[in-house]
Design a protein around this ligand. Structure first.
Ligand code: MG
Length: 270
C-alpha cells in the first residue's frame, strides 16, 4: 500500500494554460535546430561517395583504379570537386593505408625466404608514390599535363614525402631488400633536385635512383620502365615487389612478383 503523499505520474493532469506555456518554451528550440540539420546535411554531401551527384564520379574513379578508363587527359570537369574531396578529406589516406598494409604483409611473408645474396629487390615509382604532387595538381584544378609548369614545380624540391610509403620503404631496407627508385622524370634537368627532394623527405639508403635518360625521351613510361626492369633482371636482381600510382609503372616486362597500385585519380600516364 502506498503511504507517500506524492501522487503517481500517470494520474497527474496538466492545466491547459501550463500546456500552452510549455509549447511556447519549446518553439525557439525547434527553430534553432532546423538550420543545424540543414548544415549537417550539406556537410555530409561534401564527402566523396555520399552525395547523389558524386555517384558518377565514384564510378569513374573505380574505372581509373581498375585500369578500365585509359588515355584520359584531365579529370572530368564535373568530378574536379569530387577528386579534390577524395584526395584531401581522408578517403585517399585510408585507401593508401590499405595498400601499404597489403604490401607490408607480403614483405613479411617473403622476407623469410629471401636469399642472402642481396639480389631480392623492390621497385618504387617516385611521383605520387614516394613524393606527392597533390599541391601542384590542386592548384592546376587537375588540368592537363603541362611539362614546363611541372618542371618548375619539381625544381623547387618541395614535393612532400608520402609518409605511409616511406614507412614501407624503410621496412624493406630493414629487411635487407634492395630498393630501386624508377622515375620517368628527365634525369638531365631534374636529376639533382629529385635526389635532394627525396633525401630531404627521408628517402635515403636506396640502391639506385634511375631516371629517364635522353635515349628514352619521347617513349611511354611503360616502355621505358619495362626496359629498365629488364636490365635489373639481367643484372641478376629478382623483382619481388613493385609499387606505383600508374598502371604503366606496374605492367610490361619484368613487372615483379607482386605489384601494388597506389590510388591516383588526378592524372593518367601511358
Ligand atoms: Mg607516379
Amino acid at each position: 500500500m502506498l503511504t507517500s503523499g506524492i501522487a503517481p505520474m500517470a494520474s497527474r493532469t496538466i492545466a491547459p494554460w501550463r500546456q500552452v506555456m510549455m509549447l511556447l518554451a519549446l518553439l525557439p528550440h525547434l527553430f534553432l535546430s532546423a538550420p543545424a540539420v540543414v548544415v549537417a546535411r550539406q556537410w555530409q554531401c561534401l564527402w566523396p561517395g555520399q552525395a547523389p551527384d558524386d555517384a558518377g564520379c565514384l564510378s569513374w574513379r573505380v574505372m581509373v583504379e581498375a585500369n578500365n578508363a585509359r588515355g584520359w587527359r584531365t579529370v572530368p570537369a564535373q568530378c574536379v570537386g569530387y577528386v579534390n574531396g577524395y584526395m584531401t578529406r581522408g578517403q585517399y589516406q585510408r585507401d593508401l593505408a590499405g595498400v601499404m598494409e597489403q604490401a607490408s604483409a607480403y614483405a613479411d611473408e617473403i622476407a623469410a625466404d629471401a636469399d642472402a645474396d642481396g639480389l631480392d629487390a623492390w621497385v618504387f615509382d617516385i611521383d605520387d608514390t614516394c613524393l606527392s604532387n597533390l599541391l601542384y595538381y590542386e592548384a592546376k584544378q587537375f588540368g592537363a599535363y603541362d611539362p614546363s609548369a611541372f618542371k618548375a614545380w619539381a625544381s623547387r624540391e618541395a614535393c612532400p614525402g608520402i609518409r605511409p610509403v616511406l614507412g614501407l620503404f624503410t621496412t624493406l631496407l630493414d629487411k635487407g631488400f634492395k630498393v630501386f627508385l624508377l622515375s620517368g622524370r628527365d634525369e638531365e634537368t631534374l636529376g639533382s633536385c629529385t635526389a635532394a627532394n627525396l633525401e630531404a623527405e627521408g628517402f635515403s639508403g636506396y640502391e639506385r635512383l634511375i631516371m629517364r635518360t635522353p635515349e628514352y625521351r619521347g617513349q611511354s613510361s611503360s616502355i621505358f620502365k619495362s626496359a629498365i626492369r629488364r636490365q635489373l633482371v639481367d643484372e641478376g636482381y629478382r623483382i619481388r615487389g613493385n609499387v606505383g600510382d600508374q598502371w604503366s609503372d606496374l605492367q610490361g616486362d619484368s613487372a615483379g612478383d607482386r605489384v601494388f597500385k597506389i590510388p591516383n585519380p588526378m592524372y593518367f600516364v601511358p
